[in-house]
Design a protein. Structure first.
Lengths: 117, 112
């Protein structure tokens, strides 16, 4: 099983709303990632969690707040977003995080398509 | 930091024809190289990867790629394209710290 599950598939929110994106994997992976992908662009890394701790934050605005409550679950809390934040948000996970000959393969979910009105 | 260049934004091939998508990388050490495919509105599916060893790697769906260190390239090939191969293809380079960088992508159109 190499499945990463993201919910919801689609989300429409206003600029004053608070919403959350959810990502789940049961592959025993200890690294999880959030990417943002604008139309016709490659995915851009936002956050990396290693062993449930935030290890990389690519200077993402504070209106995006990640959370990793356990090794299988990754959330992205959204608050006071802007229309330019509309994008496909992809979650990924991998077997090992950091160090040594880490033969990391990132497995991606199908994404949440977010529209901010 | 590592980076990836995919020179072709859009490629059109006829069904049954061969395919080659180009990828050039920049990285000081031995890179971890990947090809992912993305259908419209979907996530990314791993086609194949190179870490070490044999420079010709086989992937899913009949794809293969060849790592050429002298040319800093990792081109993706398929001998006979099917209509279902139409998608966006991303080359990516990673390092030991899980930092993976994607190329801009190549959109493949398949003509009947």
């Amino acid at each position: 099983d190499t499945e990463v599950t993201q919910t919801p598939k689609h989300l429409v929110m206003g600029m004053t709303n608070k919403k959350s994106l959810k990502c789940e994997q049961h592959m025993g992976h200890r690294a999880m990632y959030w990417y943002k992908q604008k139309a016709k662009k490659p995915p851009e890394l936002m956050f990396v969690y290693s062993y449930e701790k935030l290890s990389i934050n690519e200077s993402v605005p504070s209106r995006f707040s990640p959370e990793c409550p356990n090794s299988s679950l990754l959330n992205l809390h959204l608050h006071a977003l802007q229309p330019e934040d509309s994008a496909l948000y992809l979650c990924a996970s991998s077997r090992i995080a950091g160090g040594g000959l880490a033969k990391n393969i990132q497995y991606f979910g199908a994404g949440t398509r977010l529209s901010v009105l | 930091a590592q980076s990836v260049t995919q020179p072709d934004i859009h490629i059109t091939v006829s069904e049954g024809a061969s395919l080659e998508l180009r990828c050039n990388y920049s990285y000081g050490a031995t890179p971890y190289l990947f090809w992912y495919v993305q259908s419209p509105g979907q996530g990314l599916q791993l086609l194949l990867k190179y870490f070490s060893g044999d420079t010709l790697v086989q992937g899913i769906k009949g794809f293969e790629a060849e790592f050429k260190r002298s040319q800093s390239s990792f081109n993706l090939r398929k001998p006979s394209v099917h209509w279902s191969d139409a998608a966006e293809y991303f080359c990516a380079v990673g390092d030991n710290n899980n930092d993976m960088r994607f190329g801009a992508g190549t959109r493949l159109t398949v003509k009947p």
